[in-house]
Write a new protein. Structure first.
Length: 198
């Protein structure tokens, strides 16, 4: 025991207060490893014509290439719903980007709302050049076709049609359907939009 009479190991809770130096060092190493995994030799973030900040190829990328990992905190569905609702409410007030939560499986999601998670900045496109693949408990973005240096990297967010009006699409592709909805919902979206014009 030290002069204060407290256990040297301190509190091992999630707050980080009272952690031993060894535990603090271990957590710092883990964070640095995650930050390294978030980097890619193929892309960088910069201003986007689609929306806010996007991710761009810094060199040519061949078809089928693993480009970058989508990183974040693994959370259960209940916490995912709570965070998504809170972020949507904030977005309505501030105009900030909405939600960076990715579905991993039936039990878990990945909240990628971390400043060093470059992959969270990929924008949606109705004609994407990338696709997200879930490999065990990790998410990677792969190229769907050859991508030129300087081209913005995009993928289909795969949103359902439930709240399509809340998600207008600005991708500008020739195939743009006007809203950020997954390709599986395009026919239903076309039906809904044609009903509105009648």
């Amino acid at each position: 025991m030290g002069k204060s009479g407290k256990n040297r190991k301190g509190d091992q809770g999630g707050s980080g207060k009272g952690l031993s130096l060894k535990e603090k060092a271990r957590r710092r190493r883990q964070l640095e490893q995650l930050k390294d995994r978030a980097k890619s030799e193929y892309c960088e973030a910069r201003s986007s014509e689609i929306h806010g900040t996007g991710v761009y190829a810094v060199k040519e990328i061949p078809t089928g290439k693993r480009i970058i990992e989508y990183l974040g905190e693994r959370i259960d569905k209940e916490e995912s719903e709570r965070r998504a609702t809170a972020q949507m409410e904030l977005a309505e007030k501030t105009g900030d980007a909405a939600v960076y939560i990715f579905t991993l499986n039936k039990k878990w999601d990945l909240d990628g709302n971390l400043p060093w998670n470059t992959a969270r900045l990929l924008n949606h496109s109705c004609d994407p050049n990338c696709e997200a693949w879930i490999e065990e408990k990790q998410i990677f973005l792969y190229s769907l076709r050859d991508i030129e240096e300087g081209e913005e990297l995009t993928f289909d967010y795969g949103f359902d049609i439930e709240n399509y009006k809340d998600h207008p699409c600005l991708c500008g592709s020739d195939n743009c359907v006007g809203y950020i909805v997954g390709r599986d919902y395009w026919d239903e979206l076309a039906d809904r939009l044609s009903q509105k014009t009648k």
